[in-house]
Write a protein that binds this ligand. Structure first.
Ligand SMILES: [Mn+2]
Length: 244
């Protein structure tokens, strides 16, 4: 049984090569395998009630993968945290809380999207707290779909401007946030995405070894983490030409 991890695909209709790369990737997990999608699967998601042919095709591809025996889990990212139970039912995915503790390769492993660890970005953390609350979400989901899409498009542009003036340190996880959540879960390994800095980080504290595995974003290439027989492989691959 192989375990697969992906995150930060930022799927969108106009991203034809990323979409084609995702469809190709979905053929790799076999029956009995597990695939974890750790957030920012879509470029944005403004509610399960949006009628969208592109999203329907993605849901069908996930459902077909689930139907052939691959267990699918999805976690919210900062762009698609309004994915709900309807999406999950239609796509055969189970929604995971952020964070979630699993057993992986015989050891506990904490899964997160990663944005909660970027605690130096105080402005973003304040928005995150607000937007993960029921009141904000009820209000947002009560707006017309065209307004919600306009909001999401605008938020994307604003965040691109904002991120370009923030320094690299502020955009990354803080070591304190990483260590304290690992300690809180009595765990020595985590896997997350969000920062778009794929890497294996290893450190030692009083003789105890810790590991933080960061998944890659799909942009110029695709990335997945594959775990088979306790071997962890981060695979970077070329995106195909768009499917016809
Ligand atoms: Mn993210």
């Amino acid at each position: 049984m192989t375990t697969w991890f992906i995150s930060d695909l930022h799927l969108a209709l106009e991203e034809t090569r990323i979409t084609a790369g995702f469809y190709d990737f979905l053929l790799e997990p076999q029956s009995g395998d597990t695939l974890y999608i750790l957030g920012d699967f879509f470029n944005y998601w403004v509610g399960d009630d949006v009628d969208d042919e592109y999203a329907d095709q993605i849901k069908q591809a996930l459902k077909a993968t689930s139907d052939r025996g691959v267990t699918l889990f999805i976690m919210h990212g900062n762009r698609d945290f309004l994915i709900g139970q309807a999406f999950c039912q239609q796509s055969g995915c189970t929604l995971l809380n952020d964070p979630t503790l699993i057993q992986l390769a015989g050891e506990p492993c904490l899964l997160l999207h990663g944005d909660s660890l970027c605690t130096a970005d105080i402005e973003y953390q304040a928005f995150r707290k607000l937007a993960r609350g029921q009141a904000w979400q009820d209000d947002f989901l009560s707006k017309p779909i065209t307004d919600r899409v306009a909001y999401a498009e605008n938020a994307r542009k604003q965040s691109q401007n904002y991120n370009s003036i923030k320094d690299d340190v502020m955009m990354d996880v803080t070591p304190d946030a990483v260590q304290s959540i690992l300690d809180a879960h009595n765990c020595t390994r985590m896997i997350h995405g969000h920062t778009h800095r794929p890497s294996f980080h290893n450190w030692d504290r009083n003789g105890q070894e810790f590991e933080r595995i960061v998944l890659g974003d799909w942009y110029t290439h695709g990335y997945y983490l594959k775990i088979e027989n306790h071997t962890f492989d981060m695979v970077k691959f070329d995106l195909p030409e768009a499917h016809p």
